[in-house]
Ligand binder design. Structure first.
Ligand code: N2P
Length: 446
């Protein structure tokens, strides 16, 4: 009889196990795991997508939405952790790295009867994605543009003028001691400073700004390290995504940041009477884009590609832009009309030629300059590229300048303290246990 129950228990266990595995598989097949930047979407669209997807495919889907703040953190999860995200949204140079390392799947753009909205993406963005350098692969088969922008200074007009920030050298101007917020993103600091350091050569034609973005030689790293070190007395703090809030609170005077965060902060600050603005130093800077990609370890590639399609609808693009302050890669007449209306409402009056992004019909439009830079501004900017096996050297430099590299002696002391605490906790627990069992015996005796 005992044996019978034992077998019953084993069979029940196996069934329970396989059911849960099966359950998980079923669940996973109807789950869309998205890994995106924080503050980078109108979150209501996630639930609405679930409904839209079911209407268009007849299949249910549940969106799981997780966040990152730094490209490199996202990359490590997929590259080293093989995480099964169905969709993520890296920046240009990380898409390049993922593509070169075989970490991306091609995006299926056949949606049957459902309209293909991916064609709403500006040809300008398609051309920029085409600049991703991955031999033998067409980057546009693997990535669809989501948002784009520039890197520059968000500043508080009460303390700083645009003139003050006309050069990257503002970073080590002694009058800004303890007042600068730096983006905690190694590439986004390294690249503009490399442009600054090579400005004369770029001007004379000796160095090509686009080619410079591939340079991560020891010499260039040392040059930028010295520049960042020089700016250290001025640094109020390093921020991955909270700089925009700090700037609206009047705490720092300027912030090396992305145009979209700047736009969000300018809007928010206005509400509380803080006057913020955004500028790009004259030496030049980076432009960047983030694109949807399907990582190699994805499970629900169908829902992933439908989600990309959904994001490219004019309505999604407009709603996302209104919530986050970044600029969508979508360039339909509806988007142009909405953005123009909004800019006029906010008091913009200057007509500009934005055909480079919106195409014909956008010769004389009124658009927010932080979000949509002029063509002349754009021509001073360059796209970052993957630094391949030099990435480690960059990260080491970053760790040195930020001072978060602990030396072995300190590490040894920390390890010793942790071991000591563990010993104290364990010995206390075992004493407690002995005391309890002694008390238990005494109670029984009574
Ligand atoms: C949004 C971050 C945008 C990333 N919080 C810009 N590449």
């Amino acid at each position: 009889m005992k044996r019978f129950f034992f077998f019953l228990a084993v069979i029940a266990g196996v069934l329970f196990q396989s059911n849960s595995v099966l359950g998980q598989q079923l669940d996973r097949a109807h789950t869309l795991k998205i890994y995106n930047w924080s503050d980078y979407i109108d979150e209501d669209l996630l639930e609405e997508f679930e409904q839209w997807y079911e209407e268009h495919t007849g299949e249910p889907v549940k969106v799981i939405y997780q966040l990152f703040d730094i490209n490199e953190v996202m990359l490590a999860k997929i590259e080293k952790g093989h995480s099964d995200y169905d969709l993520t949204c890296p920046s240009d140079y990380i898409i390049e790295r993922m593509l070169r390392n075989g970490l991306l799947l091609p995006i299926n753009k056949d949606f049957g009867d459902t309209p293909n909205y991916i064609g709403n993406v500006s040809p300008f963005m398609v051309e920029k994605i085409g600049k991703i350098d991955a031999p033998g692969k067409n980057p546009n088969d693997y990535a669809v543009g989501y948002m784009w922008g520039t890197s520059g200074f968000l500043y508080n007009k009460a303390f700083v003028t645009e003139e003050d920030l006309s050069s990257w050298s503002a970073l080590w101007n002694p009058k800004f001691e303890g007042k600068i917020l730096m983006k905690d993103a190694p590439r986004d600091v390294y690249s503009p400073l490399l442009i600054y350091a090579n400005y004369d050569k770029i001007q004379s034609g000796e160095v090509d700004i686009e080619q410079l973005m591939f340079d991560m030689s020891d010499e260039s790293l040392a040059t930028v390290e010295e520049l960042i070190n020089r700016s250290k007395p001025n640094i109020y703090g390093w921020e991955a995504d909270f700089g925009k809030e700090i700037m609206t609170q009047n705490k720092a005077w300027f912030n090396l940041t992305w145009s979209g965060d700047a736009e969000w902060a300018i809007r928010e600050a206005e509400r509380v009477g803080v006057n913020l603005a955004y500028t790009i130093p004259e030496e030049g800077s980076n432009y960047w884009f983030d694109g949807w990609v399907i990582p190699k370890y994805a499970v629900n590639t169908k829902a992933a590609s439908y989600f990309i399609n959904y994001m490219c609808r004019s309505e999604s693009a407009i709603r996302n832009m209104d919530v986050i302050g970044y600029v969508s890669a979508v360039a339909t007449p509806e988007v142009l009309e909405h953005m123009q209306e909004q800019s006029i409402e906010n008091g913009d009056t200057q007509e500009r030629d934005m055909t480079y992004f919106f195409g014909e019909g956008a010769e004389n439009v009124i658009l927010n300059k932080v979000m949509y830079p002029d063509k002349e501004t754009f021509d001073r900017l360059a796209l970052m590229h993957d630094s391949g096996d030099r990435t480690q050297a960059l990260l080491e430099m970053w760790s040195r300048v930020k001072g978060d590299n602990l030396n072995p002696v300190i590490l040894g002391i920390i390890a010793a303290v942790v071991i000591l605490i563990a010993i104290i906790v364990i010995s206390r627990k075992s004493k407690d246990k002995k005391r309890k069992s002694k008390n238990g015996k005494n109670t029984k005796k009574k």
